[in-house]
Design a protein around this ligand. Structure first.
Ligand code: BGC
Length: 537
């Protein structure tokens, strides 16, 4: 008998380290803070935690700009703190996965500093993507265009590719060469055709595997190779980067090599890729048995609050992974998206609508086959903080869009643990957290919610405890039962889940009810709510 590997049905909790818990009182979360709150995660009932980057970094992009992949940034602690955290997590029966950022380094990384100090054409520059400029024109107009090259001719960037965060994807050096950065100028893209880059990352994987991590979340996993012709998008939007960047077949041998490394270690070490693709076929390529164990499937997070939309998402997510024999993954919120409590509210709707739908969505997600990735704070029902003062905002999306886009700070506000006022137990009393925390979060703290059986925290705990008992042996597919158009009911073996996305109540199948996101009225499931049940017959 083969045992199901732990990650296949796991509930993984994303810890945004900087905002989780601050043990050293500097206003930013740290590894000792995470360790101090492992009891919360164990009691919540998750299987694993995923730590966002805590490596040495100037934090130009919240740590996704790594200056040293083998060091802990002093503001987050030390390698000793990391080792203690791994041991303590394992002691609590929790797995621990870490982020790896292979597409780009920080501009403060030793390699990039060497590249800056070395001439065009040198081996140090070959680790990144340096190119000569192109003619000034539409492409040039996107950048710091019209720059005079060494020969004095006006020139623009090598092509018209935009950065994901706004502005051009190229920055020019004084010697006339330009370097590519799909994100901020402080995140130069690596040249994955250079064997030294490949060797370095294989070594970094081993470094963290040797320290006991259970796996990796691979950042921008599909983006490592770029079409070397660097053709212009010619007025098409960023999605047109798919072909020249995000659908390159050269990527797969890299992950095959990574898989071989993971397989050298005992204990089901795994990797999940952050892969954005245009179609399900591309996803399945990453999931071949000798590649990644999982990829993120973001469609649930992107879907509107609509029963037909959710049904399509589930059907296509299951179809995407079925061929590869892999299990699907589900996400409602992350450090990159507006929190779903807020997303599901409607402008002008009653304040309870977003939270009600968020609870309903949780039962729906946890009933599906595969694994679920939770984002810290969703167990407290935290909303997006939409009114951060401009001066407090730190996300490069805010600065690169010149204030046109609010960016992702609103979902990264530190967690409220206890007390009545900022910093709500996140830091020592009197410490100002790195992002301001709203007045009025006293009722949302973990401390306030824990004793209340009707709280979101109690609801999450109950749902996760029941899921653990229920779903391990259920079939991997779902069988849709008849339901009104505004609702969904699916069955997995003896277990069923009903979700009512409409406003009016719908009748539930007969059977015994296990858990609901809102009170039932007889056999009627209220609008914007969901239930788990064992149908009779
Ligand atoms: C991460 C983001 C980050 C970007 C660049 C994303 O996928 O989740 O937070 O800004 O990669 O590293």
């Amino acid at each position: 008998m083969t045992l199901t590997p732990w990650w296949r049905n796991a509930v993984v909790y994303e810890v945004y380290v900087r905002s989780f818990a601050d043990a050293d009182g500097d206003g930013e979360g740290d590894l000792r803070g995470v360790r101090s709150r492992l009891g919360h995660l164990r009691h919540l009932g998750v299987d694993a935690l995923w730590l966002t980057p805590f490596y040495r970094s100037p934090l130009a992009d919240g740590g996704y700009d790594v200056a040293d992949y083998r060091a802990v940034d002093p503001r987050f602690g030390s390698l000793g703190d990391f080792d203690d955290l791994v041991a303590a997590a394992h002691g609590h029966g929790l797995r621990l996965i870490v982020d790896i950022v292979p597409n780009h380094t920080s501009d403060r990384h030793r390699w990039f500093q060497e590249a800056l100090a070395s001439p065009p054409g040198s081996p140090a520059r070959d680790r990144y993507l340096f190119r000569p400029g192109g003619p000034a024109g539409p492409a040039g107009a996107a950048g710091p265009a019209g720059a005079a090259g060494p020969a004095g001719a006006a020139e623009g960037p090598p092509n018209d590719w935009p950065s994901a965060f706004g502005g051009p994807a190229w920055t020019r050096l004084p010697d006339g060469e330009w370097y590519l950065h799909l994100y901020t100028p402080e995140q130069p893209d690596l040249n994955w055709r250079n064997p030294e880059v490949r060797r370095e990352f294989e070594d970094i994987l081993r470094f963290w595997l040797d320290r006991g991590v259970d796996g990796f979340r691979i950042d921008v996993a599909a983006g490592l190779f770029k079409d070397g012709t660097y053709g212009d998008l010619g007025g098409r939007d960023r999605r047109a980067l798919h072909g020249p960047v995000y659908a390159r077949s050269e990527i797969h041998p890299v992950y095959r090599a990574w898989r071989r490394i993971l397989d050298e270690y005992d204990g089901d070490r795994m990797a999940i890729g952050e892969v954005w693709t245009e179609g399900p076929e591309d996803l399945a390529l990453y999931l071949r048995p000798d590649e990644l164990h999982q990829v993120f499937q973001f469609d649930l997070q992107l879907a509107p609050w609509s029963a037909p939309a959710f049904r399509d998402v589930v059907a296509s997510a299951l179809a995407a992974v079925a061929g590869a024999g892999a299990a699907p993954t589900w996400v409602l919120s992350s450090h990159d998206s507006v929190r779903h409590v807020t997303r599901y509210g409607r402008p002008g709707s009653a304040p309870g609508l977003g939270p009600a739908r968020a609870r309903a969505a949780l039962l729906f997600m946890l009933a599906l086959p595969g694994s679920a990735y939770l984002y810290q704070g969703e167990e407290l029902g935290l909303p997006e903080v939409t009114d951060l003062p401009d001066a407090a905002r730190q996300d490069p999306i805010w600065t690169q869009s010149a204030g046109g886009e609010p960016g992702r700070d609103g979902c990264r506000v530190p967690l409220p643990w206890s007390g009545k006022t900022e910093p709500y137990g996140f830091s020592a009393d009197g410490v100002r957290p790195w992002l301001p925390m709203p007045a009025g979060w006293a009722a949302l703290t973990a401390e306030a919610q824990a004793p209340d059986p009707a709280s979101t925290l109690s609801f999450y705990r109950e749902a996760l405890a029941r899921r653990r008992l229920l779903t391990a042996d259920l079939p991997d597919g779902v069988e849709w039962l008849d339901s009104p158009e505004t609702a969904l009911i699916f069955r997995r073996g003896p277990f069923a889940c009903a979700l009512n996305c409409g406003e009016d109540p719908v009748r539930m199948p007969s059977g015994s009810v296990l858990l609901t996101s809102a009170p039932l009225h007889g056999d009627l499931l209220a609008g914007n709510s969901s239930a788990w049940l064992v149908p009779s017959g």
